[in-house]
Design a protein around this ligand. Structure first.
Ligand SMILES: CC(C)(COP(=O)([O-])OP(=O)([O-])OC[C@H]1O[C@@H](n2cnc3c(N)ncnc32)[C@H](O)[C@@H]1OP(=O)([O-])[O-])[C@@H](O)C(=O)NCCC(=O)NCCSC(=O)C[C@@](C)(O)CC(=O)[O-]
Ligand SMILES: NC(=O)C1=CN([C@@H]2O[C@H](COP(=O)(O)OP(=O)(O)OC[C@H]3O[C@@H](n4cnc5c(N)ncnc54)[C@H](O)[C@@H]3O)[C@@H](O)[C@H]2O)C=CC1
Length: 425
């Protein structure tokens, strides 16, 4: 049962105990006992499963899963599981979403579920001619691709288009075929790779050239997710805050050194949801950064503007090749529980929520940067890690973290000194 009429706007969620938080999430998402038990176990992956997931397994590594509150996406309240090792990332999303909840939250869209597979052909003296010869075989190409995955075709996916480009290279012109495939609710890498490999001998036969690489492109620019939101100026602390945030965006837009950090902040949010849902973080990261450089200059993935009424409007558009099936998504029990929390039925819905989280994360970072600076909020939360690293245990952790924040010196040497004082009474 999904209790979608419940609100994600939960004040003070961070002050609850872990058990209370899990109970609240379970009530919100209508989780069954098995999902609750799975999320409640901290070392929650079975050794046998781990041994089968990758090669040469010797252990597992646990990363915390936090839940972002206050998110409203396309009119639906949603709690978002985020797997990350970095403090303040989840808090930033909660805080940013809180400030646009009353103005409607996030509006999202996707361009489709289209993935691209590339087939690299070399050794043709007449590349332009070869290009046209490949395009003449569109119907055969469609049949070969769809023949690789009848199940996908049955689900409404499969071959959509073929494009062929002549790409100049140091070794001479290459003829690069792009297969455009609708992979529905799968990320689709394995699916499209199989198609590219199966098609390759035919391309060699049609052109007389030699095929080398047959692999998807991680620049998944046919699978874009978009999010936008409007923050009323009074909800964010006034026009000076807004203008500082616009200046922060303009810096990222103009300068690749800043854009890399700006986009890293966006990926703090996106990658955390990608990981919590068992998707491929490297695929999404690679796509994001390639997309940010698509015009030949690396720039911001987000855009920020002032609306006619003086509000702050933010937009994010980026490739989001993620799935609900395939890869590790169906086999990891915690991933399954996280997907239940999200209550998504399609890969597109998941991609849309990820875009909303990325935008929220960017808002939180640039607001902090344009006002009090990143250290105040981030280091206050990171102080817990510094306290633990210094050896604090139990109730000492909170006490020592508070002391470090009060001294405005969140450093290992100061932590060691304060811990010794604390213990000496
Ligand atoms: C950290 C905050 C949110 C504090 O912000 P604040 O205004 O001091 O927060 P507050 O104590 O007034 O609380 C307001 C709300 O924030 C949330 N909140 C507040 N505390 C928590 C918490 N402990 N756990 C969960 N949620 C929390 C929560 O929703 C809370 O509402 P409430 O529930 O109390 O009604 C803010 O300073 C912030 O967003 N900072 C940015 C943090 C950030 O971006 N971190 C990423 C790591 S830094 C980095 O890697 C990226 C970067 C920055 O380099 C990217 C870039 O350069 O662009
Ligand atoms: N460069 C890259 O990004 C690469 C990534 N990978 C890995 O590939 C994996 C993802 O590949 P996939 O093809 O997604 O996985 P997959 O091959 O495990 O599963 C996809 C299959 O699921 C079936 N299916 C069942 N229900 C479906 C539905 N509702 N919608 C769509 N398909 C459905 C389809 O027949 C499809 O062939 C990830 O683990 C990724 O890490 C692999 C190679 C390269």
């Amino acid at each position: 049962m999904s209790l979608s009429n419940l609100t994600s706007r939960i004040s003070g969620f961070h002050r609850m105990t872990m058990e209370e938080r899990l109970a609240a999430v379970a009530a919100f998402a209508g989780l069954d006992d098995a999902a609750v038990a799975q999320l409640g176990r901290s070392g929650n992956i079975d050794a046998h499963l781990a041994d089968h997931m990758i090669e040469n397994t010797v252990s597992t590594i646990a990363i915390p899963v936090g839940v972002a509150t206050n998110m409203k996406v396309d009119g639906r309240d949603v709690l978002v599981p985020m797997a990350t090792e970095e403090s303040s990332v989840v808090a930033a999303v909660c805080n940013s979403a809180r400030q646009c909840y009353d103005s409607g939250g996030f509006v999202t869209s996707v361009s489709g579920n289209l993935m691209i597979a590339q087939v690299q052909l070399v050794g043709v003296p007449d590349p332009g001619h070869a290009r046209i010869r490949i395009l003449e075989h569109r119907e055969e190409i469609a049949a070969i691709c769809d023949g690789c995955d009848p199940m996908l075709v049955k689900l409404g996916g499969g071959f959509r288009d073929v494009e062929v480009r002549v790409v100049p290279s140091q070794g001479g012109p290459m003829v690069v075929t792009h297969l455009i495939i609708d992979t529905r609710d799968a990320m689709g890498a394995n699916t499209v790779n199989t198609m590219a490999e199966t098609l390759a001998p035919s391309i060699e036969q049609w052109t007389g050239g030699k095929v080398f690489l047959r692999i998807l492109s991680n620049l998944a620019d046919r699978r874009l997710a978009r999010a936008r939101a409007v923050w009323p100026v009074e909800a964010i602390g006034g026009a000076a805050v807004r203008d500082g945030m616009i200046a922060a965006y303009q810096f990222a837009e103009a300068d690749p050194y800043r854009a890399a950090t700006h986009n890293k902040g966006i990926m703090n949010g996106v990658s955390a949801v990608v990981l919590a849902t068992g998707n491929d973080t490297r695929a999404v990261e690679a796509g994001a950064h390639a997309y940010a450089a698509r015009h030949g200059r690396y720039t911001s993935l987000t855009t920020w503007e002032v609306t006619a009424d003086g509000s702050l409007a933010g937009m994010l558009e980026m490739p989001m090749p993620v799935g609900l099936v395939g890869g590790a998504t169906r086999i990891h029990p915690t991933v399954q529980a996280c997907l239940k929390i999200l209550g998504v039925k399609t890969a597109a819905e998941l991609a849309r929520i990820m875009a909303a989280v990325g935008l929220a994360q960017n808002f939180g970072a640039i607001k902090a940067l344009a006002t009090v600076g990143i250290q105040q909020g981030h280091m206050a939360l990171h102080a817990h890690n510094v306290a633990i690293a210094a050896g604090a245990t139990g109730a000492e952790v909170e006490k020592l973290a508070a002391l470090l924040v009060a001294r405005r010196q969140v450093r290992p040497d100061v932590a060691a000194e304060e811990l010794a004082k604390l213990r000496a009474g």
